[in-house]
Design a protein around this ligand. Structure first.
Ligand code: PFF
Length: 456
């Protein structure tokens, strides 16, 4: 069975753009970007991140979309077929395995844990927990209660995976398409409201300085690896997602324009999230480097002090949950489309199987929010990371860059130049030439150097 019958619903150019932006914009922008920037000292990280988005992210995004449209199958089969058509080895398909099975399901396993956290916060916000007088200490207490309640975390993790499986299993229908078209702009507006609030009440200037004035002495190898990992994470690269979405891209849609739009929207939303969160971090004397719970420590305080804060808070977490769903379906899709093609499994079985794997693996990440928060399985090697952090590191800082590096080498050196150019619908020279030089030389070299430097 071909996977094209599953995505046929992306009915127009707009629908594709929303699907792709929906995939890119998610927890990565609002939850992960601010705490990554905070852990890595702010400005220099942000600058390097933006550089990576432009010089590595956009070219790799174009490569993934072009490959997808060329091959029109699941990422694994697409890579194999394109390799064959270019006279290269079908073994390149293994890059697809690494990306869509290891990376996609690996990411979903812990992404769902954070998304479950968001769902739990919808209930808290709606039940008026973030009410007047709620301060930093209360936010910390609510968080501690959340960490202590393992069964509730397992429950929400399960619910989120179940929702993802349901949508992917049914195929992405016109309802979701419409919903996304309406809800993504809503999320954007709500973020602007939050920035407005932070500007009025928080340490706005301090935050601007923190995020935009680089202090390069803070820039370690680890920070640079985090920045490249964050660029891949945020643009949904290195897991086959954009190959899968590109497979259903109408011929007349411009790939380079789409890539610019997706990357632009994604980056702007991450920066706005930073501008909403850091003024509060400084105003309430919180530690910017406090890690994955940063937004859960800060935003509830803001909601508590706003008029109508329960409503805003509830809306915000609902929209964030939706942003997470439009991303999580795109993590599961590449693996599901492959199972469907290969193993005579139908779509439902494929989705349930993939979701089941992600749920099970994700339990380790659930426990490392609670009882195993300070359990470091690799402590013997001097690595102080819990399961959750290790899982995130392997997917974001290893699989995403390595799969993207291999993909860049594949596209730059092993796929005929003309087939890519024709698929992009570009003339020789100009944009195509710049892209080709970046993907053939710059991206592989830069990613390899960053990996070596970052890991050393
Ligand atoms: N880009 C998504 C986010 O920022 O939340 C996460 C993501 C989705 C990463 C899909 C990778 C992927 F294939």
């Amino acid at each position: 069975m071909q996977s094209s019958d599953t995505h046929g619903q992306w009915s127009s150019k707009m629908a594709f753009i929303f699907a792709a932006v929906g995939s890119a914009v998610g927890l990565g922008n609002i939850w992960r970007f601010p705490y990554m920037a905070g852990e890595n000292g702010g400005g220099a990280f942000v600058l390097v991140y933006i550089g990576f988005v432009l010089l590595i992210g956009v070219p790799v995004l174009m490569a993934e979309l072009t490959l997808g449209r060329r091959g029109k199958m699941s990422p694994i089969t697409t890579i194999r077929n394109v390799a064959k058509a270019s006279g290269s080895s079908r073994r390149w398909g293994w890059v697809g395995h690494l990306a869509s099975l290891g990376g996609g399901l690996g990411l979903l396993s812990f992404y769902s844990v954070i998304a479950g956290w968001v769902l739990a916060y919808i209930i808290k916000a709606a039940s008026g927990v973030f009410a007047a007088g709620f301060g930093a200490a209360d936010a910390a207490a609510v968080l501690d209660a959340h960490y202590a309640d393992t069964s509730s975390m397992v429950f929400w993790h399960f619910i989120f995976i179940a929702m993802t499986v349901y949508i992917v299993g049914r195929g992405i229908n016109a309802g979701l398409e419409k919903a996304v078209t309406f809800l993504m702009p809503m999320l954007f507006l709500l973020l602007l409201v939050l920035v407005g609030y932070s500007m009025a009440t928080g340490e706005f200037i301090m935050a601007v300085k923190y995020l935009f004035v680089p202090n390069f002495s803070e820039l370690t190898g680890g920070a640079v690896l985090d920045a490249v990992g964050q660029a891949f994470f945020s643009l949904s690269l290195g897991l086959g997602t954009m190959v899968a979405y590109g497979a259903y891209l109408p011929k007349d849609v411009s790939i380079h324009r789409s890539a610019a739009l997706i990357a632009g929207a994604d980056t702007i939303i991450a920066l706005i999230a930073g501008m909403a969160i850091f003024p509060l971090v400084f105003a309430f004397g919180l530690d910017p480097a406090s890690g994955p719970d940063l937004i859960f420590k800060t935003l509830p305080i803001a909601f508590a002090q706003m008029p109508g804060g329960s409503i805003f808070g509830t809306m915000f977490f609902v929209l964030l949950g939706i942003a997470a769903i439009t991303s999580s379906i795109s993590m599961l899709e590449p693996a599901v489309s492959y199972f469907e093609e290969r193993q005579d499994m139908n779509r439902w079985k494929s989705a349930i199987f993939g979701g089941g794997v992600a749920f099970t693996v994700g339990l380790a990440s659930v426990f490392s929010q609670g009882e195993l928060k300070e359990f470091y399985p690799l402590a013997a090697f001097g690595i102080e990371m819990n399961f959750f952090a290790i899982n995130d590191f392997i997917v974001s800082n290893l699989i995403m860059p390595i799969a993207s590096l291999l993909l860049a080498v594949f596209v730059g050196w092993f796929v005929t130049r003309d087939s890519m150019r024709e698929e992009m619908g570009l003339p020789e020279g100009g944009i195509f030439e710049i892209w080709h030089v970046l993907i053939k030389y710059f991206c592989p070299a830069a990613i390899a150097l960053i990996l070596i430097w970052g890991l050393a």
